[in-house]
Design a protein around this ligand. Structure first.
Ligand SMILES: *Cc1c(COP(=O)(O)O)cnc(C)c1O
Length: 360
């Protein structure tokens, strides 16, 4: 069976070494030494502002919205994982979907201003598949209208924008370390901000607002992560150069093979270095997508329709208010092809795609 992705697992003994330390200390969670070490190491590896480690990428988004005290409407993209708009709703705000640029798969910056109302407090954009948004244009709009900017950078481990870690942009960037992501801590996520006061606030909010045992600075939640998750992160960090290099090679290989069939993927944002974590391939129609999917499924290969449906087409987000045609069209014409560490079936899969295209 070839799934769309497989989590990387390090040599068991290396993880076991950290587990032995945890047993010795009997310190399992609550900002333990491994969590602190992980936060230091990850920020220095990524060359980003200090990262605050939390329990997952969704809590990271929710904490970001809380910490910036966002209210009312938040402009966002319909082409993302449901965690993005559901976090907006969960925090009592309203997602306003703005259509995408079908080439980059990211929010179309030329449509943002039209969607701003007196109730708008922020823009929450996803760097889809590790491809940065037009960050300069978004910042310009935000400055002009006094809006905050959050980036859902869940896919962006290792991505750079203008030679800088992409997590350093916006008021806050969030990342996911879920098992399906290119770098993982089993479950986990992080927030990065340039503002020291926002960082302090997030650090308190992930731990019920505790200042010390008996003093609280703010209302918070349990967004902490554990020593076991930090241990997985520290172990995986030893392999990250290889993981990133291998994935990028895999992505380039797919692009070359698919290019010879005239199949496109996303257009990379200029001045960016994309990590290649996802191979989103665009097909001529939804019919072709179905045929390719069933052909591959018959061979026990399971690509996935990321992201489908388009978020503006879901009832709980007030579907009738939005019609993001480009996002809906992309949702129905894309398949993410399998990629994971050590994956070598590119030619096989692209051959099967070619056979299907010939038959249509
Ligand atoms: C994975 C993902 C999330 C959520 O991260 P979790 O760690 O699974 O909570 C948020 N946004 C996007 C775009 C994602 O792909």
């Amino acid at each position: 069976m070839i799934p769309v992705t497989k989590p990387f697992l390090p040599p068991r003994e290396e993880y076991q070494n950290y587990v032995d330390q945890i047993w010795e200390r009997n310190w399992l969670t609550n900002n333990g030494p491994l969590v602190q070490k992980f936060e230091e190491k990850i920020s220095s590896f990524l060359n980003c502002q200090p990262l605050t480690f939390v329990s997952n990428g969704t809590i990271a988004l929710q904490l970001a919205i809380r910490a910036l005290e966002l209210k009312g409407e938040i402009i966002t993209t319909p082409f993302t994982y449901i965690a993005t708009p559901s976090s907006i709703c969960w925090e009592g705000c309203k997602p306003v979907f703005v259509d995408i640029d079908e080439r980059t798969f990211n929010i179309d910056v030329n449509l943002i201003e039209k969607a701003i109302t007196p109730k708008t407090s922020a823009i929450l954009a996803t760097h889809v598949f590790g491809n940065p948004c037009d960050i300069d244009a978004i910042q310009k709009i935000a400055d002009k209208h006094n809006l905050k900017v959050i980036y859902d950078a869940a896919h962006c481990f290792g991505t750079k924008y203008k030679d800088e870690c992409v997590l350093n942009f916006g008021d806050i960037s969030t990342i996911s370390f879920h098992a399906t992501k290119i770098f993982h801590t089993v479950e986990g996520g992080g927030l990065v901000t340039k503002s020291i006061s926002v960082r302090k606030k997030v650090q308190a909010q992930r731990n019920y607002g505790h200042v010390d045992y008996e003093n609280f600075s703010t209302i918070g939640i349990n967004g902490k992560n554990s020593e076991f998750h930090a241990a997985m992160g520290l172990t995986n960090l030893e392999y990250i150069d290889d993981l990133l290099k291998d994935r990028k090679k895999s992505y380039e290989k797919y692009k070359q093979l698919l290019g010879s069939l005239n199949l496109n993927s996303q257009t990379e944002q200029p001045s960016s270095d994309v990590n290649g974590a996802y191979m989103g391939c665009i097909f001529p129609s939804s019919l072709v997508v179905e045929k390719v999917q069933s052909k591959l499924n018959n061979k026990n290969i399971f690509p996935r329709k990321y992201f489908n449906p388009s978020m503006d087409d879901i009832e709980c987000f007030n579907r009738s208010n939005f019609k993001c045609q480009k996002s809906r069209k992309l949702s129905n014409s894309i398949l993410c092809l399998p990629q994971f560490h050590g994956f070598k079936e590119h030619e096989n899969i692209v051959n099967l795609i070619e056979q299907t295209l010939i038959g249509t």
